[in-house]
Design a protein around this ligand. Structure first.
Ligand SMILES: Cc1cc2nc3c(=O)[nH]c(=O)nc-3n(C[C@H](O)[C@H](O)[C@H](O)COP(=O)(O)OP(=O)(O)OC[C@H]3O[C@@H](n4cnc5c(N)ncnc54)[C@H](O)[C@@H]3O)c2cc1C
Length: 402
């Protein structure tokens, strides 16, 4: 039997995870990535619940643990860098979680585990897709035309490939918050704790330790959708300077380090709501299909799980349409649950006034208190919320010879 050829767009988390599993099930996979090389920017990301189990099955859990950033928790500081409240690692569902890794380290691990079996095409992208008989004709930006059995788009929240397949049907819904992530040199005031600083006018600066001798910084601010994500990197830097220059605390240091940064992630935090995840021989997964937003802390976990389930369903159905339908049936209810943001998010964490900031720090002090956690567990019957591990992971190994 000839191997089915699958083209995946996007070499971040969802794309390589999908390729890993498809390879294991005997498919021939190609990944096309628009960037010239892997994009390694970003901060700590969590791998939770069932996604941790998938990492175990992939044989990468130990590597992920070994790359732990060593963050001890989150301290909420005031302008004078005095700690107002703290959430130690693992003691609350908020803040630092048990299994955290720099996004770039996870991307490298996934790449290293797939590069020998997957054809990677960097610096290229799909510009046209035409379904012809039993396959899809793909036109690449460099002019090359190739034919694949299936095409999966895993190229993130602003996926252009998604537009080629579904047009305007999927909705990218902004939550009213802009976030920018970038890496800066470590300074004497940085420790193994993440530091969270609320400035007036709904602005937040966070600095987190990493395992590479640098510091991962982020700026976030509440705003109506303004199209800032479409600006060039230089324009985004000057916008951040304008927005944050009077924020106080260590902002001068952060802004001066931002000056020479080239890998800045800047986006209007949004969710992707798509009524269907497949059309004909094309489908989508990861943020492109169902971005829950970083506010849920589940972007990476959903990407890993979605890729695992999509590959599993493709391996157990000869008909791709049945496989795509099964993928949605198994995974959509879970995605819908994760995408529900708690009331007040993200406004609660971005107060406008000094009084609002004071109240936020008080709430965090209360949340971090052992007594309240105990009380909470009396009502919920659990020590911690477990929204992240409530999907029953299908076991595809029983159905295919791996
Ligand atoms: C540089 C970067 C930094 C990030 N930092 C954070 C962070 O600090 N915290 C956080 O919670 N989330 C962060 N994210 C988002 C996070 O990675 C995703 O929410 C999650 O991991 C889902 O991954 P994904 O593979 O679906 O999409 P993404 O991680 O968004 O990856 C999409 C990939 O597709 C590529 N791509 C885009 N368009 C095309 C195209 N037309 N053709 C081919 N390739 C294309 C992109 O270059 C990228 O490599 C970051 C994403 C990126 C790209």
């Amino acid at each position: 039997m000839t191997q089915k050829k699958v083209l995946i767009s996007g070499a971040s988390i969802a794309g390589p995870t999908l390729a890993f599993w498809l390879n294991r099930y005997g498919f021939k996979t190609t990944i096309v990535e628009r960037a010239e090389s892997l994009r390694l920017g970003g901060q700590n990301v969590d791998i939770k619940g069932a996604a941790q189990k998938v990492a175990q099955l992939m044989g990468i859990e130990d590597e992920i643990r070994a790359a732990d950033t060593g963050e001890l928790g989150v301290q909420f500081v005031n302008e004078a860098n005095v700690i107002q409240a703290a959430l130690p690692k693992g003691e609350s569902n908020l803040g630092t979680s048990e299994l955290e890794i720099l996004r770039g380290d996870l991307v490298k691990i996934l790449y290293n585990h797939t590069k020998d079996d997957v054809e990677y095409l960097f610096g290229n992208q799909i510009i046209q897709l035409d379904e012809i008989e039993e396959s899809v004709k793909v036109t690449f930006q460099n002019g090359e035309i190739r034919v694949f059995d299936l095409v999966i788009c895993a190229d993130g929240i602003r996926s252009r490939t998604r537009g080629l397949i579904f047009g305007e049907e999927p909705v990218v819904r902004p939550v009213g918050l802009y976030v920018s992530y970038f890496t800066i040199p470590r300074a004497a005031s940085d420790s193994r704790w993440a530091r969270w600083y609320n400035a007036s006018n709904a602005r937040v600066i966070v600095m987190r330790p990493d395992n590479e001798g640098t510091t991962r910084a982020s700026f976030s601010f509440l705003s109506e959708p303004m199209g800032y994500e479409k600006l060039s990197t230089m324009e985004q830097i000057s916008l951040l300077k304008q927005k944050f220059s009077d924020a106080g605390w260590e902002v001068k240091r952060v802004l001066s380090a931002l000056e020479n940064n080239t890998d800045i992630y800047f986006d209007a935090i949004s969710q992707v709501i798509a009524p269907r995840w497949s059309k004909g021989r094309c489908a989508m997964t990861g943020d492109a299909a169902f971005c829950p937003s970083p506010l849920t802390g589940m972007g990476v976990s959903l990407s890993v799980l979605g890729a695992y389930i999509l590959a599993g369903e493709l391996s157990t159905h000869t008909d791709h349409q049945q496989a795509f339908a099964a993928y949605e049936k198994v995974f959509r209810p879970y995605v819908t649950k994760i995408q529900k943001l708690p009331p007040g998010v993200p406004k609660l964490a971005h107060p406008k006034t000094k009084m609002g900031i004071f109240l936020l720090n008080t709430i965090i002090k209360i949340i971090s208190s052992k007594a309240v956690q105990k009380l909470g567990s009396l009502f919920s019957g659990k020590e911690k919320s477990s929204t992240d591990d409530t999907i029953e992971l299908p076991d595809y190994s029983k159905l295919v010879s791996v």
